[in-house]
Design a protein around this ligand. Structure first.
Ligand code: SF4
Length: 71
């Protein structure tokens, strides 16, 4: 299953470029992490250094984009 489909909080949002997780709505259950086909989801405390700049972008865009649709 894709991450969007397993999330119990429906806190995924998306635009044409990527998918975002709203950090205020996410309950940190981590159900989505093993489901990501490109291993692109990390708990905020475990984001690799080269991706840390995405934390702020993720928070901003998750409040601007429409909900991601579950396939
Ligand atoms: S960790 Fe957050 S985004 Fe991932 S499935 Fe759980 S609530 Fe949803």
């Amino acid at each position: 299953m894709l991450p969007v489909a397993v999330c119990p909080c429906e806190c995924f949002y998306e635009d044409a470029d990527m998918v975002y997780i709203n950090p205020e709505e996410c309950i940190d259950c981590e159900a989505c992490i093993p489901e990501c086909p490109v291993e692109a989801i990390f708990h905020e405390d475990n984001v690799p250094a080269q991706w840390v700049h995405y934390i702020e972008l993720n928070a901003k865009r998750s409040n601007e984009c429409p909900p991601a649709e579950s396939p």
